[in-house]
Design a protein. Sequence first.
Length: 184
Amino acid sequence: MGTGRKSDVIKNWPDPSREAAQLVVDKYGEPHEATESVLIWRRVGPWKRVVATETYYEHNFPAPHIDSVESVIDYRVPPEKATALAEFDGSVVVERTAGEVSARCHDIEANFLALNLMHDIVTGQRDVEDARMYYAKEFLDARRKRRTPYMEKLRFEPLDPVAPDPDSRILSDEDLQRAAASAR
C-alpha cells in the first residue's frame, strides 16, 4: 500500500463512495485496515467496526441515496423479530450466528438512526410502520437543520456478551455417522 495514508485508496473510488468514506475518515481518523476497495475501523465510537466500501448500493428509503458505510454492533435479535427488521429497512442486517446487527447508509448519523429504530422495533417500542415514519421525519429534520436525537448517538447499550447465537443442533452424531456410512 506504499508509504501514504491507508485512506489514500479512496482517491480512485467513485464520487459517492469516496465522499461517504471521507466522512468516516474525518470523524474517526485513519482506518485500521485498508485494501483497494475497503476501509475498516475497529472499536471506534460505539461501533464494533465500521466498514466503508468502494461498492455502493442505491437505496430509495426514505429518499434516494447511496449506501456504502456499514456500522456494526454486537446485538442479539430474537429470530422472530428478523422479518420486522427486514420490512423496516433493507440496509439493516442481522447476523444471528455472529450476534451482530449492522446498518449500511451514506454516513454514521443515518446508521445511528437505523440502529436506534431497530432497537425500538426489537424491544416493542415501535412497530415497522411507526419506525419508517419516524425515520422519514428525522431524515427531513436533518435536512432542515433541526435537532435529530436518533441521529446523534446510540440510545441503548450495544455490547451484549451473549450476543452470538449458535442456534440449536438437530442432527446427532449418530445421524451424521449413518449418513457417512450410507455414502460409502
